[in-house]
Design a protein around this ligand. Structure first.
Ligand code: 13P
Ligand code: 13P
Ligand code: MG
Ligand code: MG
Ligand code: MG
Ligand code: MG
Length: 373
């Protein structure tokens, strides 16, 4: 069995929250090389989306392994050190704890991990996002694994026809449920259509009995109890031979659907699929970006990456994202551009409630004009 772990953190933005400085990437690559020579990792790659750096690693320790997570934590400490030296913005932003204990759960960095028996040919896509939340993967996962209008294989591939099981987390109540699709599809959509709270954590093939997809499901604001930046999640999708074809796994991103998390984590904006060189959200700290890195895994080796959205076939989605961004921006501070109050992590509402408490009166009483107004 091999494990593919994608572990990510924002350890400092260059400039503002728009990108990772090349020195941080170089440092992480040095660490990965060291971990390969020491035998901890079979292979590894370092990539980024916006101001988030991702360690893409293969190893034999399984998911949530202390050795792998502590390696990632130490690497993010090292990149934070450089970020502080360069005065990068939000140095160490996603490292919410002072000390590592056991694994990364509840510590800030996000991780998606899949353990599987490697097939003779193992095509895998690693999706990295910036300026959004983990529920942003709900819509594409539904399309890839449960929507026959997206995925032809659900209808015409003998090994996909029985469907897929979706594991969904309720992030507000810390509980999980498994939906058996297609039978449970309409039940599931009632939940995952609300992506701030219900997040698809993983998908399994019912026919192959194997894992097919995994996401990072951490919500930083729920860990920290306040806004500390957006989660900027990652996702792994295995493809072909009874799983969605690579093109079926990419197809949902040909539509620039709206996600939460742009500008101070507080705005809906279109999700723009881009090549790695364009994954630097600048306009209104957005629009939110997604990159797709394709690998063939052979004996644990990461053959790749291929930059999958570096394809003019996604120009339409990029154009659509720009049009939708113009449209939403014109709402200024109004919903649905700004998030509804209950989802707003970055807010003046608590202090306003206190400051204005004495000026609110029941509608049925005479309004006393405050002195000076
Ligand atoms: P296999 O994944 O079974 O090779 O077929 C799907 C395909 O080739 C996609 O076009
Ligand atoms: P990041 O989570 O990418 O740091 O974004 C924070 C933010 O507030 C951008 O406007
Ligand atoms: Mg940042
Ligand atoms: Mg970010
Ligand atoms: Mg973030
Ligand atoms: Mg084929």
């Amino acid at each position: 069995m091999i494990t593919l772990s994608v572990i990510k953190a924002d350890t400092g933005g260059f400039v503002g929250h728009s990108a990772v400085h090349p020195r941080l990437v170089a440092e992480a690559r040095r660490e990965i090389e060291r971990a390969k020579s020491s035998g901890l990792l079979v292979d590894g790659a370092v990539e980024s989306c916006g101001d988030d750096i991702s360690l893409i690693m293969t190893h034999t320790y399984g998911p949530e392994a202390g050795l792998i997570h502590s390696f990632a934590w130490d690497t993010f400490q090292a990149t934070t050190h450089i970020a502080k030296d360069l005065g990068l913005y939000g140095a160490g932003q996603d490292l919410l704890s002072d000390a590592f204990s056991g694994n990364l759960r509840g510590m800030g960095p996000g991780y998606a991990e899949l353990e599987f028996e490697e097939r003779p040919s193992e095509p895998v896509l690693c999706f990295l996002a910036d300026k959004t939340e983990p529920g942003a993967w709900n819509l594409p996962l539904y399309k890839m694994f449960a929507d026959p209008s997206n995925t032809a294989g659900l209808v015409i591939d003998e090994k996909m026809h029985a469907g897929f099981a979706f594991e969904v987390f309720d992030l507000y109540e810390d509980r999980r449920i498994v939906f058996d699709c297609p039978a449970d599809l309409y039940d599931m959509l009632m939940y995952i259509g609300a992506p701030a709270r219900y997040v698809v954590h993983g998908v399994r093939s019912k026919t192959l009995g194997t894992t097919a997809a995994a996401t990072s499901t951490q919500r930083l604001s729920l860990i920290a109890g306040k806004y500390v930046g957006k989660d900027d999640p990652v996702m792994i999708v295995r493809c072909q031979s009874g799983l969605p074809a690579v093109g079926e796994a990419l197809e949902p991103f040909a539509f620039a659907y709206s996600v939460a998390g742009c500008m101070r984590g507080s705005h809906h904006a279109p999700f723009m699929p881009v090549p790695v060189g364009q994954a630097h959200p600048s306009r209104f700290d957005g629009p939110p970006r997604v990159v797709a890195l394709g690998f063939q895994i052979k004996d644990g080796r990461l053959v790749g990456p291929r930059d999958m959205f570096d394809d003019p076939a996604f120009d339409g989605a990029r154009r659509q994202a720009n049009e939708v961004m113009d449209y939403l921006r014109r709402h200024g501070p109004f919903e649905p551009h700004r998030l509804p109050l209950e989802d707003l992590e970055y807010t003046t509402m608590a202090s306003l409630t206190k400051r204005l408490a004495h000026r609110w009166t029941p509608i049925t009483t005479e309004v006393a004009t405050p002195a000076g107004l």
